[in-house]
Ligand binder design. Structure first.
Ligand SMILES: Nc1ncnc2c1ncn2[C@@H]1O[C@H](COP(=O)(O)OP(=O)(O)OP(=O)(O)O)[C@@H](O)[C@H]1O
Ligand SMILES: [Mg+2]
Length: 364
């Protein structure tokens, strides 16, 4: 009976009239709002218990600042890229340039030619169908204190490239399994910020020969690093620079990815002369000072040893001057406070450290 059917549907429609719709809408709204509140509360609480949260927030703030200072448009970073962005150093914050490095001119020239120009002017090198593009990896190796780290920092400063000073602890200081994502982030961020120079100091510690007893996470991270490194041909404006004083410990597969290798050896006599000239450029020297004699006497010294020698010599004259002050007349300074000019005899090999100097002062 159609009439009874239509009347029952009419009854149903009346029952589901405006009142029902209103109730449905309000209940659906409450349901939605409750779910949203639960979602955000859980997210907030999870954020509070997440130990990496603070670090992440700090990294994000730092990366925002870096983008601003680099004069680049802010790019949306992933959570992992934001962590890695904490390793980006602004060129203005690098305090060494090539002119502060003594005796390494051939290496500096070669780095300019093989890294800086292809990195910064890729169009000049494109015509050679990639034959002359920047090497994917550069290795600076040699004994401690000879200027490897200094060279890499100066390279970043002079190239104007984004400098990523990658600490391996950044990649490993995370929960198991996250290292791979962080390694990925290194490469993706480097590409977003290109031209980029990724510097890994003491690279032997990270890319040492893979052993069967390596932690699974470590070996996975290394493999990931290697495959991403291989994919660099599509990003010609990115170069990885490693420094090591134990190149023999580096895995052969990784070494192959650093085809440009520069030995930074102990300085020879003419190099020591240049380093000493730089170190003593602003120091007052006695007319009797004989640079050549000092150069001959410092055979086997590294750049860092020479710096220490000069610092100790300056400290020696300063100490002499301080001893002349009369302790019983506070603030009494006889004449302008200047230490005497340096003489060869002030450069004493194996001179004590500052701590010992203070000790000597107290004993006298
Ligand atoms: N060629 C150089 N010219 C001027 N200063 C130098 C030179 N080599 C080394 N130095 C001085 O020695 C310090 C240490 O150098 P640097 O840290 O670059 O050595 P390194 O080769 O990286 O050593 P390590 O292998 O121990 O890391 C520098 O800060 C600088 O003061
Ligand atoms: Mg170093």
């Amino acid at each position: 009976m159609p009439s009874s059917g239509s009347s029952s549907s009419a009854v149903a429609t009346r029952a589901a009239g405006p009142g029902f719709v209103r109730r449905f809408v309000s209940e659906a709204t409450v349901f939605l709002l409750t779910n949203l509140a639960v979602y955000y509360s859980v997210k907030y609480l999870a954020g509070l218990v997440d130990p990496a949260r603070k670090k992440r927030l700090a990294a994000r703030a730092k990366s925002d600042k870096i983008f601003e200072r680099l004069g680049r448009d802010k790019v949306e970073l992933t959570e992992y890229e934001a962590i890695v962005a904490g390793e980006v150093v602004h060129p203005d914050d690098i305090d060494v340039s090539f002119k502060d490095i003594g005796g390494l001119e051939p290496i500096v020239d070669s780095l300019r030619e093989t890294v800086i120009y292809p990195l910064c002017y890729p169009e000049l090198f494109e015509a050679t169908s990639g034959l002359l593009s920047a090497p994917k990896g550069v290795l600076l190796y040699g004994p401690p204190g000879c200027g490897k780290t200094m060279l890499a920092r100066a390279l970043a400063k002079e190239s104007g490239a984004t400098f990523m000073n990658l600490h391996i602890s950044t990649l490993t200081d995370k929960f198991f399994g996250e290292s791979q994502r962080l390694v990925n982030a290194v490469f993706s961020l480097a590409q977003k910020l290109q031209p980029t120079l990724v510097f890994i100091d003491e690279i032997d510690a990270f890319l040492r020969e893979r052993k069967s007893m390596d932690h699974e996470a470590t070996s996975m991270m290394k493999s990931e690093f290697m495959s991403l490194w291989d994919g660099l041909s599509s990003a010609p404006r990115l170069v990885i620079v490693g420094a090591s004083n134990r190149p023999e410990d580096i895995d052969a597969a990784f070494l192959r990815r650093m085809p440009k290798r520069f030995p930074v050896a102990l300085p020879a006599a003419d190099q020591r002369r240049k380093i000493l000239q730089l170190l003593l450029a602003k120091v007052e020297l006695d007319p009797t000072f004989d640079l050549d004699a000092l150069v001959q006497r410092t055979h086997g010294y590294s750049g860092s040893d020479l710096k220490e020698l000069c610092r100790n010599a300056a400290m020696r004259t300063l100490r002499e001057r301080l001893r002349q002050l009369k302790p019983d007349v506070p603030n009494f300074i006889p004449g302008p406070m200047r230490a005497r000019p340096l003489r060869n005899a002030d450069f004493v090999p194996g001179e004590s450290t500052v701590v010992d100097d203070v000790h000597a002062l107290q004993l006298d």
